[in-house]
Design a protein around this ligand. Sequence first.
Ligand SMILES: Cc1cc2nc3c(=O)[nH]c(=O)nc-3n(C[C@H](O)[C@H](O)[C@H](O)COP(=O)(O)OP(=O)(O)OC[C@H]3O[C@@H](n4cnc5c(N)ncnc54)[C@H](O)[C@@H]3O)c2cc1C
Ligand SMILES: C[S@@+](CC[C@H](N)C(=O)[O-])C[C@H]1O[C@@H](n2cnc3c(N)ncnc32)[C@H](O)[C@@H]1O
Length: 664
Amino acid sequence: MARPAQRQRGVNSAPIEPAKLAFNTEGVPFSSRYGDVYHPRAGALAQARHVFLAGNGLPERWQRRDRFVVLETGFGLGNNFLATWQAWRGDLQRCGRLSFISIEQQPLRHDDLARLHAASPHPELADALLRAWPPLTPDLHRLGFDDGRVELLLAFGDVQAWLPEIVAAVDAFYLDGFAPAANPRMWDARVCKALSRLAAPDATLATWSAAHALRRDLATAGFAVRLGQGSGGKRDITLARFAPPFTPRRAPARIAGRNGVEPHALIVGGGLAGCAAAWALAEQGWRSTVIERQPQIAGEASGNPAGLFHAIVNAQDGVHARFNRAAAFAAREAVQMAIGAHGVAGDVGGLLRLETTLDLPAMQALLARLGTPPDVAQALSAEAASALSGIALAHPAWLFTGGGWVDPAGLARAFLERAGTNAELRTGVDVNQLLPTADGWRLVDVGGATIAEAPTVVLANAGAALRLLGEPGWPVERIRGQLSMLPATALPMHLPRVPVAGAGYLLPEVGGLAIFGATAQRGDADPTVRDADHLANLRQLEQLTGRTIAAPVVVLAGRTGFRWSSIDRLPVIGAVPAIRVDELATLALSPHAPRLDHPRLVPRTPGLFVFSALGSRGITWSALGARALACSITGAPAPLGADLLDAIDPARFVSRQARRPQPA
Ligand SMILES: Cc1cc2nc3c(=O)[nH]c(=O)nc-3n(C[C@H](O)[C@H](O)[C@H](O)COP(=O)(O)OP(=O)(O)OC[C@H]3O[C@@H](n4cnc5c(N)ncnc54)[C@H](O)[C@@H]3O)c2cc1C
Ligand SMILES: C[S@@+](CC[C@H](N)C(=O)[O-])C[C@H]1O[C@@H](n2cnc3c(N)ncnc32)[C@H](O)[C@@H]1O
């Protein structure tokens, strides 16, 4: 039996339908769908200041705090966000970091948003918002401002689908749907209950609505509710403080970071994962020490001269496609930063992926069904793909608009440089053992000497993390890969203007070289560069480009590396489970066996985190993966929905095993 489309495609993947902008007779932005205005005639700013800021005790409540988190239902025109950001900027005692989460089912198109903010009272902020405005996909988009100290997490989709997916401890709620009678999904008891799950201790809430049903449902959900003085023609507004009769329990997966610990992490491994982790922790105000066994960073898998990054299109739009799409947005931003501010070689001008199964109409139909906007992916005929790339291609192709290529070691360096004085690098140090201490972890070298100690450790050392963890039984494998290079002039064809991928890939010219590859060999530990693999890469290149290449193998240079990949083709990121996969059978015999069938339920080892199994997508995954990791360490709002956090959680292997019948 066919399941409903939205369910098949994951919780939050219904296509996004942009808002249709209209104005009422008084010139106030108006929604004909809901028959209501976006803000009162007296002005959005006045409402933002009186109801949402003052109603939540802001700016006073965020003063002298490290981080303050706001969650809004209904982003609309973004006026409340801009007013909050403006107030934060203007407050000398502001919190160190402001996270503003907002959920919006019908976001405005970029052009409409620009029209609405043409005469903005905050032109500088409105311009920055417009420049960062994301593609309209059903994802959690992270927009960073003021050097990342202000972040806007924009969840596009339905409020009731998103609220259970948000992972954050919220200090202030802004409820700003259209009028409850016309827009009941924004205000009902399920929304109130979901807000209570997100509320930090002493969280407050404000809204212009004084609807009786809302006040009742908020009270049932644990809020102490009162009426406040209205403005702009409204008599009353609703104000509330979270005061539940008992403290709600949080899932072990969401509390692995220790409260009040020193904000310093030891990161083992200085590849893309380790350097990105240092960057993301620095964004949250944490310091780190990156410990790398090689004489320099990115000396192993991350040391290829160039590699690709891009999203994927998949008919199901399940966790894999959604994680890759979100990761590709973050990768593009990071690569742009690396190119623009750190002189790294690369390009974000798009990437072509040849399609050999679907024809062009089927590709176009798939994009239309998924609602994928052209600024994420387009279907191109073979002719259009050839014209774009500048080389003849025999197949239609997906154009990943935000994709491209980069020098991965350069990207790793840029991550570290971005972390600045918050990251210390120690190279030539091989971590041989990880030992628990009274309040954290000790890293030990092969001679038994202590390398360093800290309450928090991140294992970002690819497959070697498994040995330090005592082989926890996770299904992660090593895949050898060799790529080939030769002088661009030695290849009897032009190189493409954008990377072309399919079975294998060919890059635009990088430093005078043609770079193509790569092989993928399981169970092969040979680190040497082999002629047979160059031949395999040449055959792959012939398939990709549809032409015969008779380059003599002797002019080929190459590089070999090892990708560590999990069986489900997703990275392994998060707090390390306190239970090994092979302990489950014994545990199941205990009458007090805990429920472990969901990653969120699996207990964790305090202070120990892993960032590994980046497979053949380390460039695409490192920025988003690092932010997800940093949030699980620091407690900052997660840049991914809970279902995607579960999908990359190391505890998923424990839960999967727990769901299988255990031997009697
Ligand atoms: C041939 C090939 C082509 C690829 N092409 C692409 C591509 O086009 N796009 C893409 O996104 N990805 C590509 N990848 C994958 C990408 O390179 C990896 O996903 C990424 O580099 C993994 O980064 P990492 O930091 O996890 O691992 P690594 O770069 O291997 O970093 C781990 C680091 O940990 C250090 N270390 C290990 N153990 C210890 C220890 N005990 N003490 C101290 N330090 C330690 C290692 O020295 C190493 O520097 C390719 C990989 C290969 C092999
Ligand atoms: C009053 S407007 C918000 C104004 C906004 N806070 C501002 O500062 O400009 C209400 C918003 O709620 C959105 N909305 C309505 N129903 C929704 C739903 N079910 N889920 C998420 N957003 C919804 C509308 O699209 C609209 O943008």
